[in-house]
Design a protein around this ligand. Structure first.
Ligand code: UD1
Ligand code: UDP
Length: 383
């Protein structure tokens, strides 16, 4: 039996690891799967743990208001030293590109424990964008022994960096597994803000922002563009679940606090969030995960960043990289509101990131890697 310790700490890691934990737990004769959270996020992590019924065996509870990268790294590393000593797992699984991800991989390496990296190989090639995620993901890749690349392009990045082909598995992204298990046509919102919107008459712009490199002026520019949009289009409503980061909240309130038909709400639970995305007209975001989810639901996405490590949906035409300059955000949003042909072209549902089978493939790849299976898993390829 293989003892696997999954380590994560933020909302998106939890969402993307939850279906994998369930999958590993479905093979009790093969895997003993345990969970350690750094709780780099607190409330936003707990929302996900509650929804998926995950009870961590270890909770480092490291989050502090306004924490720095040094705070997270230091506190997570110290806590993980103890956890790894106590558990001594055969494999550590980390996900993505957060500081918890990198620290989890580093701690496992210091203990000479093999590392599996879920969502491996995404790159922008720009050290400072996204910051610090590009380098977190890169460093985690250097430390990892098994790489679960969501797409063929991610695998190509890893091969270019010298990772051995036999250590890479193209699995699709586990976020699509989570999404397909969560979106419901008949979903009813309990939040009155969401249940009172007339989705047939109002065009909902779903907005999220949190990237460190966008804090301050870039965010102000984005919000000023949104303020102009609601002023110009009476049939547009903005729903903006505001990230808990106080640095985000301050600028959001300043610029959008009084704007009509702009609902600044608390971060939503994953279930209402993705079901709201399903009913939205357009998504504006600097998030990584939303760039993967929205295309699967046929929602155009304007990415409020200068780079993306997820080029597949840009190439497919559902996602556009617009940056953070007010005029550019305004122009692209107007075009999607005014030009139905352009909108329809961008609203094609595409699934370059997964088919809902990523977790099955990852579990099978782990079994293959550790000689517990006779064949490697099939590869994900978009239809
Ligand atoms: C982190 C990740 C980022 C990921 C994002 C997902 C790093 C460096 N950043 O960024 O890669 O895309 O999570 O959302 O790993 N806060 C709360 N409650 C919460 C969560 C956050 O109050 O549940 C506040 C705290 O004041 C905290 C601050 O937000 O100090 C920032 O959190 P942090 O994890 O450092 O950065 P994020 O911007 O959330
Ligand atoms: N999400 C959520 N509630 C919200 C906003 C986002 O559940 O109010 C989910 C979203 O569906 C996606 C993930 O959180 O799966 C994205 O997290 P975030 O944007 O914080 O991080 P990133 O993906 O940029 O690392």
């Amino acid at each position: 039996m293989l003892k696997i310790l999954t380590i994560f700490g933020t909302r998106p890691e939890a969402i993307k690891m939850a279906p994998l934990i369930k999958e590993l737990q479905n093979h009790p004769g093969c895997f003993d799967c345990r969970v350690a959270v750094t709780a780099q996020h607190r409330q936003m992590l707990d929302q996900v743990l509650d929804l998926f019924g995950i009870v961590p065996r270890h909770d480092l509870n490291i989050m502090q208001p306004g924490q720095s990268l040094f705070d997270i790294t230091r506190r997570a590393l110290a806590g993980l030293e103890q956890v790894l000593s106590a558990e001594q797992p055969d494999l550590v699984l980390v996900h993505g590109d957060t500081t918890t991800t990198f620290t989890g991989a580093l701690a496992a390496f210091y203990r000479r424990i093999p590392v599996g990296h879920v969502e491996a190989g995404l790159r922008t090639g720009n050290k400072f964008s996204p910051f610090p995620e590009e380098i977190n993901r890169h460093l985690t890749g250097v430390l990892a022994d098994i790489h679960f690349a969501p797409t063929a392009a991610a695998r190509a990045n890893l091969l270019r960096e010298g990772v051995a082909e036999k250590d890479i598995f193209v699995t699709g992204n586990t976020v699509i597994d989570a999404l397909l298990a969560t979106v419901r046509r008949e979903f009813a919102f309990t939040d009155p803000v969401l249940s009172n919107i007339d989705y047939a008459r109002q065009r909902v712009l779903l907005v999220t922002t949190h990237r460190r490199e966008n804090l301050g002026e870039p965010m102000r520019e984005i919000y000023l563009a949104l303020r102009q949009v609601v002023q110009d289009y009476p049939d547009v409503t903005v729903i903006f679940p505001v990230h808990k980061n106080p640095a985000v909240r301050q600028v959001v309130r300043e610029v959008l606090g009084e704007a009509p038909r702009v609902h600044l709400i608390e971060p939503l639970d994953y279930q209402p969030f993705v079901n709201l995305m399903q009913r939205s007209y357009l998504v504006l975001t600097d998030s990584g995960g939303l760039q993967e989810e929205a295309p699967a639901l046929g929602k155009p996405v304007l990415v409020l960043r200068d780079t993306t490590e997820r080029p597949e949906a840009v190439e497919a035409g559902t996602v556009r990289l617009v940056g953070t300059v007010r005029e550019a955000v305004l122009t692209e949003t107007r075009r999607l509101l005014d030009d139905p042909v352009h909108y329809r072209r961008m609203a094609e549902a595409v699934n370059p990131y997964g088919d809902g089978q990523a977790c099955r493939r990852i579990a099978a790849a782990i079994a293959w890697h550790f000689d517990l299976a006779e064949a490697p898993p099939d590869e994900f390829s978009p239809r």
